[in-house]
Design a protein around this ligand. Structure first.
Ligand SMILES: Cc1cc2nc3c(=O)[nH]c(=O)nc-3n(C[C@H](O)[C@H](O)[C@H](O)COP(=O)(O)OP(=O)(O)OC[C@H]3O[C@@H](n4cnc5c(N)ncnc54)[C@H](O)[C@@H]3O)c2cc1C
Length: 566
């Protein structure tokens, strides 16, 4: 076993991880900071964000931080912590200009000022963007900036397996260097988990295949609760059949949803906002159209269409070039003159690692930021363009907090804990026994999630899902066929599956227990929101018999829960 030592380790090089590294480095140039990522840094999932980043930039034109706060709280179906939302929205304008100063090529209006496009559920065009490649340009800007700081080191293609801790504090990590297969203990005074969302619990998903649950599972196993995992966002417009995202920017720029009769059906569900209602509302409307026979079936999937034809070739090529390219490459259709087939697709996890408003977990010295964290600003339904925003804001906050903490701490790592983890990985998994194909188990898990834990859920389906996931956990194959050391993706895929099964169980258990409909959690057997019983966050604690659920209060500052109308 090899040992490394840093002041701060950041797991994840997406927008949250990179922003955290830059802030920690700016706070204290003497700290040694490692950013660890299982892929090449620029291949982190954030690179695929398309439509925009939310910030109230133009008070003189009528926008305000307060309006951003209210739209976010309403969008969350009043489950977001309002103090955290206030922090997000008030810090965002500065983050937009900070990125601009680091070189971000934001799209502009004719007057040269930053352009903003409408996004679902907002009262003002609030998504600042860079064509439809906002994630790519934000990642490029942050990565280039991070490279300028000599005290940030990148460990790319390193797979983190666990955190190491004692009763009172975080001590470091264990990881496999993928190019050699060597196992490392990495001592650190402070850690930030920024491992993104576990999107690949589902098969029909907008996420890359590397978006899996290890970050969540490693803190869950360490006794830190996962919060609100039952709230999974299904974006209304996943391209059929691949699931690739057709950005909300397409509707922001004027695209409309139509059913098999060519009807613009959203007016029936959201008379005012229509196609630009909040995502949960639009996804349910699409499923209602499909369930009532007004969908179209192709390639085994029922869907509706998004129509961009009236926008004209010039606008589509300038502002929606990525989705045009995707439609041409994957479906052989050009949105300039053809309808795009779409249906709701797994796109975002509102839940995640339980943190306080500073992104701190219950374990001293450990923070979480970005999609893997639940601060909570997204509550039961995230607003589009708020995730990249959250990554920037809590990247900055956690980077700064971790730097302060690391400067006054000393580091120790328990050799015994590291050896135990090596045994779990090496003897338990690499040389484990079992006769089942992990790829079949993974497919089965995704089929269960796609079928029973989708836009609409019910008690019977969720109970069945829980039983099936538990069955899979027992059968799960903890044995690696490929014995090679270098780039053994069979090994890392089995580790990913292990984490995915653990976390999918927490998602299903939380959904089964929550007998109400709120935001993205729509129970057909409990169709109404129930504030008297359920205006609270779910906390799932790890136990070897499955998650133990507890609940905690929602922070309400100004806005009393009200009926949502769009
Ligand atoms: C297609 C798509 C489009 C989107 N568009 C928008 C948009 O326009 N606006 C918006 O606000 N949001 C958008 N979102 C959401 C947003 O992009 C994500 O929520 C956000 O980028 C997540 O960033 P992150 O930094 O939290 O994690 P990620 O970018 O997912 O990065 C996770 C990092 O963790 C690392 N990691 C994970 N596990 C391990 C491990 N075991 N060991 C080592 N490293 C590990 C990965 O290698 C990676 O570096 C979109 C999402 C999708 C799927």
């Amino acid at each position: 076993m090899d040992f490394l030592s840093y002041d701060i380790v950041i797991v994840g090089s997406g927008i949250a991880g990179l922003r955290a590294a830059i802030e920690a480095s700016r706070a204290n140039r003497k700290l040694r900071i490692a950013v660890i990522t299982k892929v090449q840094a620029m291949r982190s999932h954030s690179v695929s964000a398309e439509g925009g980043t939310a910030a109230a930039l133009y008070p003189e034109k009528g926008d305000s931080v307060e309006s951003h706060v209210y739209d976010t709280v309403k969008g969350s179906d009043f489950l977001a912590d309002q103090d955290a939302v206030e922090r997000l929205c008030s810090m965002m304008p500065t983050e937009v200009y900070q990125l601009e100063h680091w070189g971000m090529p934001w799209s502009r209006n004719e007057d040269g000022r930053l352009a903003q496009r409408p996004f679902g559920g907002y009262s003002f065009p609030r998504a600042v963007f860079a064509s439809d490649k906002v994630g790519f340009f934000e990642m490029q800007t942050l990565y280039d900036t991070a490279l300028k700081y000599a005290n940030i080191e990148f460990l790319q293609e390193w797979f983190v397996t666990s955190i190491v801790y004692d009763d009172s504090r975080f001590q470091g990590l264990t990881a496999i260097e993928m190019k050699s297969g060597d196992f490392y203990a990495i001592k650190a005074k402070a850690g930030i988990i920024a491992t993104g969302g576990p999107g690949r619990l589902y098969s029909f998903a907008t996420y890359g295949h590397s978006s899996t649950a290890e970050g969540l599972a490693m803190v869950y196993r360490a006794g830190i609760p996962l919060k609100d995992m039952e709230f999974v966002q299904f974006h209304p417009t996943g391209l059929v059949p691949s699931g690739i995202l057709i950005t909300e920017g397409a509707r922001g720029d004027g695209g409309v949803l139509i059913n098999k009769d060519g009807e613009r059906f959203m007016a029936r569900y959201a008379p005012e906002k229509k196609d630009l209602a909040a995502r949960d509302v639009v996804s349910r409307a699409i499923m209602d159209e499909i369930n009532q026979g007004r969908g179209v079936k192709s390639e085994g999937l029922e869907h509706v269409y998004i129509d961009l034809r009236h926008l004209g070739a010039e606008k589509i090529k300038e502002r929606l070039s990525t989705i045009r390219e995707i439609a041409i490459k994957f479906n052989n259709i050009d949105p300039v003159n053809t309808l795009i087939p779409v249906r709701p697709v797994c796109h975002y996890f509102m839940g995640g690692i339980d943190t306080n408003i500073d992104g701190a977990t219950k374990l001293s010295g450990l923070w979480a930021a970005g999609e893997c964290a639940c601060v909570s600003v997204n509550g039961a339904n995230r607003m589009g363009a708020n995730s990249t925003a959250e990554c920037l804001v809590w990247g900055k906050i956690t980077g700064s907090e971790a730097a302060k903490y690391a400067a006054k701490s000393s580091g120790e790592i328990s050799k015994q804990a590291v050896e135990q983890e090596q045994k779990r990985i090496h003897d338990g998994i690499f040389h484990g026994k079992g006769g089942e194909n992990p790829y079949e188990i993974k497919k089965e898990m995704q089929r269960i999630m796609d079928r029973y834990v989708y836009v609409y859920r019910d008690g019977e389906g969720l109970s069945q899902a829980l039983k099936l996931i538990r069955g899979l956990k027992k059968r799960a194959y903890r044995h690696v066929d490929d014995r090679s050391s270098e780039y053994n993706t069979n090994f890392t895929n089995v580790l990913e599956l292990d984490a995915n099964l653990e976390v999918s169980e927490a998602v299903v258990a939380g959904a089964l227990a929550r007998t109400e409909s709120r935001g993205a959690h729509a129970r057909v057997d409990y169709p109404k929101r129930d504030d008297a019983k359920w205006l609270k966050h779910t906390l799932a604690y790890y136990s070897s018999d499955g998650p133990k659920l507890d609940y905690t209060a929602v922070v309400i500052t100004k806005y009393k829960p009200a009926e949502r109308k769009y």
